[in-house]
Design a binder for this molecule. Structure first.
Ligand code: GUN
Ligand code: FE
Length: 452
């Protein structure tokens, strides 16, 4: 425990409670140094490790990683985490906040039946703000205590509940994009918006209402093509151009779903085209598409050229028997790829678990199904969980100079072992074994939002 006391005493403000409250309420400029075993990615195959090093936060941005602390920073307050591990904060590129209450349950169906049987029933409850209050308190509290510093989140069709979720994330200090969901067809009456016009109007009202948040930003969220009419996508496209907001949705997750989209959208080249024909697929419209398990060559090429981010959600794809996305190919093509928990098709918020599952699923895919797509490596999944997904937020997810300072401090002493381990081996172990108990502190954009 000594190191903790040390870090609290030496913290810039000197009193733990005061730091928490102060940094969250005011977005103060922060200068300090964090000491420990520093691990971060420069690219998908370049993992940098500085043992017993220093990472400097200057005006909330990373000023560099050093073996010896340069004189210029000697006067900065020091958080000394001695032999603990310091990694960039993890990024969850795809999570459904309202589905958190039924995580770890209802895994017996495939996508469309799963949506109709469990998911829509749960999401309808968020018309009731008392329920939303209780459920989103739990979601945000658990997210705050995880290693995730940034998240891209689906809400529900309800404006009030979605604004409540945004307020809670803002208060918790988690930088995020949150979407009010749009759905005006093929949805049960109790969770279907009245018309394209009404859905777009509500969306515009929500966009305006969300201008009050500083670190939580709105993202347009047509649920997926089957639940949005052409008119709705056209109206969302107009809003996207007017407000310059990004977009998130689902793409090529399940074979039956893809067939359905073909029927619903005659004349489209592929599923991606059903968004692209309304300019909701990258280029000037920053876009995240979850899954991309069965994207054909033309769809992949369009994603690559138009800088569409792929949110790879391996646990969800296993639980809903969707398949395994050929992520190695996407990385080889230098596409934008991050990881998503996809709660509640995925059971856990842990992006450590998503990393481990991404490796495991890629190995099964390779062994059982397709020897042309090699398995993912630890370096690659660590990159996707940090810098890969972080890129959606700008310069986020690395300790390279100029990156926004997001960091997580991990203790791994409690995971006992008799032999000497290198820092790289310790990092690999954390990917497979870490949970919230191992997190000692968490910084988002220079602000320390969690300290044990
Ligand atoms: N496609 C449309 N909606 C959803 C959802 O809530 N979860 C998943 N995994 N896929 C979807
Ligand atoms: Fe999803």
């Amino acid at each position: 425990m000594l190191h903790l006391v040390h870090s609290i005493i030496q913290s810039p403000v000197g009193y733990k409670w005061f730091i928490w409250n102060r940094v969250i309420e005011e977005n103060t400029v922060r200068n300090y140094v964090v000491k420990g075993n520093i691990c971060y990615s420069k690219s998908s195959n370049e993992l940098c490790i500085v043992e017993n090093g220093y990472v400097v936060c200057e005006e909330n941005k990373c000023a560099g990683v050093f073996h010896e602390l340069p004189e210029a920073y000697e006067d900065f307050p020091l958080y000394d985490y001695s032999d603990h591990m310091i990694i960039p904060g993890l990024v969850d590129l795809h999570v459904h906040a309202p589905q958190y209450p039924f995580r770890g349950m209802a895994m017996d169906l495939e996508l469309i039946d799963w949506l109709n049987t469990y998911t829509f029933v749960e999401e309808a409850k968020y018309a009731n703000l008392d329920y939303a209050e209780k459920a989103y308190d739990i979601f945000v509290d658990d997210l705050k205590h995880s290693a995730t510093t940034r998240a891209v989140v689906f809400g529900t069709i309800h404006n009030d509940a979605t604004l409540l979720l945004m307020e809670k994330l803002e208060k918790a200090g988690i930088a995020s994009y949150v979407g009010k969901v749009n759905m005006d067809r093929n949805s049960p009456e109790y969770l279907c918006e009245e018309s394209a016009e009404q859905s777009a109007k509500a969306t515009e009202q929500w966009l305006i209402a969300s201008e009050r948040f500083e670190n939580v930003k709105p993202i347009l969220t047509p649920r997926f093509t089957p639940s949005c009419t052409d008119e709705l996508l056209e109206r969302l496209s107009q809003l996207q151009k007017k407000y310059k907001v990004p977009v998130q949705s689902h793409l090529s997750e399940n074979l039956g779903e893809i067939e359905w989209v073909k029927e619903l959208c005659p004349g489209t080249k592929n599923y991606g085209d059903s968004y692209d024909r309304y300019d909701l697929f990258g280029n000037d419209c920053p876009t995240i598409m979850a899954h991309c398990v069965y994207s054909d060559e033309a769809e992949v090429e369009m994603m690559r050229k138009q800088n569409v981010f792929v949110a790879h959600c391996p646990e969800s794809n296993a639980n809903l028997s969707s398949g395994v996305a050929p992520v190695k190919n996407y990385l080889k093509k230098n596409m934008k790829v991050g990881l998503g928990s996809d709660i509640a098709a995925g059971s856990t918020l842990s992006i450590f678990k998503a990393m481990a599952m991404a490796v495991q699923c890629s190995k099964l895919r390779w062994r059982l199904y397709d020897q042309y797509v090699e398995p993912l490596t630890v370096e690659e999944v660590f990159y996707m969980a940090t810098k890969g997904g972080g890129e959606f937020f700008g310069k986020v997810g690395s300790f390279e100079e100029g990156y926004e300072f997001d960091a997580v401090v991990l203790e791994d002493v409690s995971l006992r072992h008799p032999q000497e381990l290198t820092v790289k081996e310790r990092l690999e172990r954390m990917i497979y074994l870490a949970d919230d108990k191992n997190i000692l502190a968490k910084f988002v954009n220079g602000n320390k939002i969690l300290e044990k």
